[in-house]
Write a protein that binds this ligand. Structure first.
Ligand SMILES: Cc1cc2nc3c(=O)[nH]c(=O)nc-3n(C[C@H](O)[C@H](O)[C@H](O)COP(=O)(O)OP(=O)(O)OC[C@H]3O[C@@H](n4cnc5c(N)ncnc54)[C@H](O)[C@@H]3O)c2cc1C
Length: 801
């Protein structure tokens, strides 16, 4: 065993071997994998090996598509048979809503380039899978690239191909200790000590302990999972083809052929955690005893869906464990605050996601950034709150139980909530607020009145009129919004200005001013659409999306300058915004100071009633607006003060749903939709905020290359859609004369204009105003037109009033 490697990967399951393979293939051959036992000795050996394309998260679906394509490649490269059976696959819907969802999911697939799918009738599905009963089903989706692999063969193929590229694999060697060094990490193993620059935690069922070795509490837990393999089924013996891998969403089962029997896997609604602190070190190739009582309901449905199971015995039961994060997506990337420590764990479907995880992580380690937008699986999407065991238990359990339950876009799930509440939470609840969750925080969605319950829907819901009234209040009078759900970072120190000039591509605001500021990654793609405040006393604020707090902080820390301090104020500062034509009237009443004279994008400290607040004159709604920031403890008083001052004009409390509608009428993009780390400034028109004359900011060379190049292939546009009862939400394909020319980044109803809008990325040739297009909304094709940005108040007069 060598004493030094550039990268050490801990864990020889499908994920660790994929990371190793990608690192070595990309040219880093000074890498090794250390495995406690033998390759596959965690979850990997007993997986069902199913591979399928469908995932509710389009970015994860793309990773899955990459993995599926990779499988035959690693088989070729390694010479190791992976037992690939590309049977094709069916995903079946058993309720009208699910069938609608599946039809829109099919369109989402088209948006992200997964073209080998089609919708099928129940009759066709039963023809494709003759051992399935069509009883109670409404339709399905067929995908060509679905099937199953031999799990042990696949892990050995990744490892074998990695070895061919120069990587080492060391088995029977448990990692005992991890110590951070100046150069990277010291890895104490049973067979001696290795030093390396980067260590990767791909320890699967043991990821928790391997995190703790470095003082990290990862939000991950194993849960038990069952499948059975039946005895031979005579009908299968008669068929001259293998039946397709089939998922019965309403039945909570997945099924594939196993020789001449069936493998039936069950997502148990009555879930069961297993070894929340990680598997025992001595845990080997054993399984848990099957618990048929716990899964009785799902089993009955499975035996009804595949009636032949009723006539044969069960050959094997598998009740094993695999790991989940709170949202079910992997935990990948550099752990904040632990230089050189990377995670590739909580991968709950390693055989269909492992390839994509390995590729992204290897790119990240080697190039500093992954190629794709992988925020959805970034380990920094969680904060310290997610280290709590009860939180992990509730959220992972909820994800597991709901794995096959349809989640509507407007649905609020209960696990791990309420966690953090801004101080005025109770008063706002009393006033009829309905809440959603952003990261750990409860955020107001709308004020529907006490007892109001929103119906989960893929279409416009029963909250439509409530949100309409809130939008009207902002456009015609004044609305009050709790903006605790924004992030705020304080930047101070002699080096503050120099550092901000490096981090932001935008010119810094003058004293007493704020400005929209763009941050770029090293490769010139977007890293943030933030707002910068210069308070004029040597301190600056950076304000952005609350749920990105840790993600942004990791970026700031990784690019920290000299003599500068950056402090996350997210647990200290909160606030309210006032917006609407009467906003000034309200705020002026509350201050002796010239708060009403603040120019557009001006900012400063003012008395607001009895409180001392920081105020910025801006709004995301496109109206005259003020964002008022206070200490956490002042939140209740601030709300009361503003409501009292606005009572005579009829101030109305609003939530984020109204804000989202209002911003759409202004064509204001938001992060995770119009702006992501996958897009560039020119694609998203963020280049207009870049000061190209400024030297030395991160991503400058790439930004200049884009500016001076041929321009982007796709650009952001605003669309008016001839919708009916449902609006675009994101990832719907956009068509011109039957050709796919783009996709929706976000959409919704513009209550002031009385129209349905979307923003989207389309081919440059189709981006001209007036271009006629179509968009699929909940599976139905609708006409759409490219319109000029900002259908409401295009000159921005209201905001500057
Ligand atoms: C019943 C069942 C059915 C499944 N079906 C499917 C399916 O159809 N499709 C699919 O894609 N997925 C399926 N899965 C999930 C799949 O098994 C996992 O997603 C996958 O195996 C995770 O791989 P991994 O590499 O992350 O972890 P693991 O396979 O758990 O590997 C981790 C490895 O790390 C090693 N290790 C841990 N700690 C140390 C240490 N300190 N030192 C050295 N080595 C260490 C372990 O020995 C182990 O080999 C199923 C899981 C179960 C339980």
């Amino acid at each position: 065993m060598k004493s030094h490697y550039r990268v050490v990967v801990i864990g020889g399951g499908v994920v660790g071997t994929s990371v190793l393979y990608h690192l070595a293939k990309m040219g880093w051959s000074d890498v090794c994998l250390i495995e406690r036992s033998v390759l596959t000795a965690g979850s990997s050996w007993h997986a069902a090996g199913g591979i399928h394309a469908l995932n509710a998260d389009p970015n994860i679906a793309q990773l899955q598509a990459y993995t599926i394509d990779l499988l035959s490649e690693i088989e070729k490269e390694s010479g190791q048979n992976i037992g690939l059976h590309m049977t094709g696959g069916l995903t079946m819907a058993g309720t009208p809503d699910r069938w609608e969802w599946l039809q829109s999911a099919y369109r989402t697939f088209q948006s992200i380039g997964i073209e080998d799918c089609r919708l099928v009738s129940v009759e066709e599905a039963v023809e494709l899978n003759p051992i399935m009963s069509g009883e109670g089903l409404l339709g399905g989706m067929w995908a060509d690239r679905e099937g199953y692999v031999d799990t042990t063969g696949t892990v050995h193929a990744y490892a074998g191909a990695a070895k061919k590229h120069g990587a080492d694999v060391i088995e029977h060697n448990r990692v005992l200790e991890l110590n951070q060094t100046l150069e990277g990490w010291e890895i104490v193993t049973e067979k001696g000590t290795i030093n390396c620059e980067h260590v990767v935690n791909a320890a699967g069922l043991w990821a928790k302990q391997v995190g703790r070795m470095a003082g990290i509490e990862l939000p991950v837990s194993p849960l038990n999972h069952h499948y059975l393999v039946s005895d031979t089924i005579p009908k299968l013996e008669e068929l001259d083809f293998e039946v397709p891998m089939t998922v019965d969403l309403e039945g909570f089962t997945y099924m594939r052929q196993d020789q001449k029997g069936l493998l039936l896997g069950i997502y148990e609604v009555d879930h069961q955690h297993w070894m929340m602190d990680g598997a025992p070190w001595e845990y080997g190739f054993e399984l848990q005893k099957e618990d048929t009582d716990r899964i009785e309901k799902e089993l009955i449905m499975g035996f009804e869906r595949y009636p032949d199971l009723q006539n044969v015995g069960v050959k094997t039961w598998v009740n094993g464990a695999f790991t989940f994060s709170p949202d079910g997506n992997p935990l990948v990337g550099p752990v904040p605050g632990k230089r050189g420590y990377w995670t590739a764990c909580a991968v709950m479907a390693g055989f269909l996601q492992g390839g994509g995880v390995g590729k992204s992580l290897a790119e990240w380690i080697i190039n500093g950034e992954p190629e794709a937008d992988v925020y959805g699986m970034d380990v920094a999407r969680y904060g310290v709150f997610a280290e709590n065991k009860q939180y992990i238990k509730e959220t992972t359990g909820q994800f597991y139980s709901r794995r096959f339950i349809m989640t509507y876009p407007n649905e609020q799930l209960p696990a791990g909530r309420p966690l953090k509440m801004a101080p005025a939470y109770s008063d706002m609840t009393e006033a009829g607020c309905q809440w959603g969750q952003s990261w750990d925080l409860e955020v107001p969605l709308y004020f529907g009145g006490k007892g109001f319950e929103e119906t989960p829907s893929l279409k416009r819901s029963n909250a439509f009129d409530i949100v309409a009234a809130e939008c009207k209040a902002v456009r015609e009078n004044v609305g009050l919004l709790d903006i605790s759900g924004f992030s705020r970072f304080e930047v101070s120190g002699d080096g503050a200005e120099a550092w901000l000039n490096t981090i932001f591509a935008t010119k810094l605001p003058k004293a007493g001013r704020s400005r929209l500021a763009v941050a770029l990654g090293e490769d010139g793609r977007l890293k943030g659409d933030l707002t910068l405040f210069n308070w004029g006393d040597g301190t600056y604020w950076i304000m952005g999306s609350y749920y990105l707090r840790r993600w942004h902080m990791r970026w700031f820390d990784d690019h920290m300058g000299a003599d500068v301090q950056v402090r996350d104020l997210g647990d200290e500062v909160c606030g309210f915004s006032l917006s609407g034509p009467n906003a000034r009237k309200v705020i002026e009443k509350l201050s002796d100071g010239p708060v009403g004279d603040l120019p557009f994008m001006g900012c400063g400290a003012f008395d607001i009633g009895m409180l001392r607040c920081k105020v910025g004159r801006m709004s995301v709604t496109g109206e005259l607006g003020y964002e008022i920031h206070c200490r956490m403890g002042d939140h209740i008083t601030l709300r009361k003060t503003l409501l009292e001052a606005g009572a005579d004009v009829g101030i109305k409390e609003i939530g984020f749903n109204a804000m989202l509608s209002l911003r759409l009428e202004k064509s204001y993009g938001i992060w995770s939709a119009e702006f992501t780390q996958g897009y560039t400034p020119a694609m998203t028109a963020m280049d207009r905020w870049i000061d190209f004359d400024k030297e030395g900011f991160v991503g400058r060379d790439a930004a200049l290359a884009e500016r001076d190049g041929n321009g982007p292939a796709q650009v952001q546009v605003t669309l008016e859609i001839d919708a009916d009862g449902a609006d675009a939400s994101g990832y719907e394909p956009i068509w011109q004369d039957g050709n796919k020319i783009g996709f929706v980044t976000s959409g919704g109803y513009g209550h002031t204009m009385g129209k349905s809008y979307a923003m989207g990325l389309v081919d440059v040739a189709s981006a001209a105003e007036g271009t006629d297009l179509t968009v699929h909304i909940v599976g139905v094709e609708r006409s759409a037109k490219v319109i000029a940005p900002s259908p409401y108040d295009p000159k921005g007069k209201a905001m500057r009033a």
